[in-house]
Design a protein around this ligand. Structure first.
Ligand SMILES: *Cc1c(COP(=O)(O)O)cnc(C)c1O
Length: 403
């Protein structure tokens, strides 16, 4: 264990203490697998919060990265580059939107959506200056900028970071009446995750997004779907919104859009919203850079060619059935969609953390979210055989006496 401890101590010495990782140091990855510095192999069941849906170091994505890195990596948007257009064309055609604005991280895509919809509210809807409101949900997770944490309901995300940006209205997730009651003439958008990931893999009641979309349409409010975690195949569809046949007005994508090798995000919208931007309104030095564009194209290509949404749907339905069939005194509920699965640990059995630590000992990397939930979200290239083996370890761990 010497090497692992030394490497962890070095991070603890030099890094801000803003994370509490499991005590494993990874040095290599391939497909659904990662290896630590001691040579132990693990099944990655977090997939970097769904940024590695295509698996670690997918050869086509790495090849695109290397090939582009040898030609051109960054121009800034002060000039054109020969890659960005093809990338935006591809992502727009695949998702069915006419316009995309490229950024790097998920939080930036959310900020972009907020700015776009606010400006649409002022210039198109006719909301009075600085009066625009965006409705958001309790237990949301949309990133870590000061504006975004300002409308979080999680005390720890906010505490000590105020004052915050006004103009957001919090309502309970999954509650249509609350949405109806929150919309007024100043409402410009409803920002929502089709399934709340960091909130604990919370699946709203069936029909929620569908009715929310209708309410938004009637009130001339833009439905803004944060699909940064749920999108690109994770839940068994290209977008989780498709489960309810909803086409959001604005979509945010990130994470798997960079294929696990490079940060790439986009905000997608119709012209009515995206055309509010004029030169100088918004931007990013790295957004739309040629390396990101080449990687994004390859990442999307793999999702389509390897039918990752279909794989997630089939494997996920089976995997969740298997998890539900486990008789355990510790499990309150198994919930999710596709390969985005949460096992809720009963409060009487303690928190999810010791279960994650026990899984790690057996070669499975999962991370607790919100104290009580063990999230299982392997790369979508995982096979049924591999999951079958993992289930044996999962069974042992969640049937064992509480730690
Ligand atoms: C991860 C995530 C974000 C933020 O993405 P970053 O790349 O970490 O900024 C936003 N929304 C959702 C739903 C996420 O899961």
């Amino acid at each position: 264990m010497g090497r692992t401890e030394d490497l962890i101590r070095e991070v603890e010495c030099w890094s801000a203490h803003n994370y509490h990782p499991l005590p494993v140091v990874i040095e290599r990855g391939e497909g659904p697998w990662v290896w630590d510095v001691e040579g132990n192999r693990y099944l990655d069941m977090l997939s970097a919060y769904s940024a590695v849906n295509q698996g670690h170091r997918h050869p086509k994505i790495v090849a695109a990265l290397v090939e582009q890195a040898q030609r051109l990596t960054l121009t800034s948007r002060a000039f054109h580059n020969d890659q960005m257009g093809a990338f935006l064309h591809q992502v727009c055609e695949l998702l069915g939107y006419p316009k995309a604005l490229p950024m790097n991280t998920g939080a930036e895509a959310v900020e972009t959506a907020i700015k776009a919809v606010r400006k649409w509210g002022y210039t198109v809807k006719g909301v009075a200056a600085d009066a625009a409101e965006i409705v958001v949900c309790e237990e949301n997770f949309h990133g870590r900028t000061t504006t975004i944490v300002g409308f979080s309901s999680e005390e720890q995300y906010r505490h000590g970071f105020g004052p915050f940006t006004p103009g957001f209205r919090l309502i309970p997730y999954g509650d249509i009446d609350a949405l109806r009651g929150a919309i007024n003439r100043n409402t410009v958008g409803f920002l929502v995750e089709p399934i709340q990931g960091e909130g604990g893999v919370i699946v709203p009641p069936e029909g929620y997004l569908k009715v929310a979309a209708e309410l938004c349409r009637e009130a001339n409010v833009k439905l803004m779907a944060d699909e940064i975690q749920t999108g690109l195949g994770r839940t068994g569809k290209l977008l989780a919104s498709e489960w309810e046949n909803v086409r959001p007005d604005v979509v945010m994508l990130g994470k798997a859009l960079g294929g696990g090798v490079y940060p790439v995000s986009v905000t997608l919208a119709d012209e009515e919203v995206m055309d509010v931007f004029t030169p100088g309104d918004h931007g990013s030095t790295f957004g739309g850079n040629p390396l990101a564009a080449a990687v994004g194209r390859a990442a999307l290509g793999v999702i389509v060619e390897e039918r990752l949404p279909e794989r997630a749907a089939e494997l996920g339905a089976w995997f969740m059935d298997e998890l539900r069939a486990i008789e355990s005194p510790h499990v309150e509920q198994v919930r999710g969609k596709g390969l985005m699965v949460g096992v809720v640990v009963k409060e009487s059995s303690g928190t999810a953390r010791p279960f994650c630590e026990a899984l790690m000992e057996r070669g499975i990397l999962a991370k607790e979210t919100h104290q009580q939930v063990v999230r299982f979200a392997p790369p979508l290239v995982v096979t049924r055989d591999v999951l079958e083996q993992a289930l044996e370890s999962i069974r042992d761990v969640i049937q064992a006496p509480a730690a």
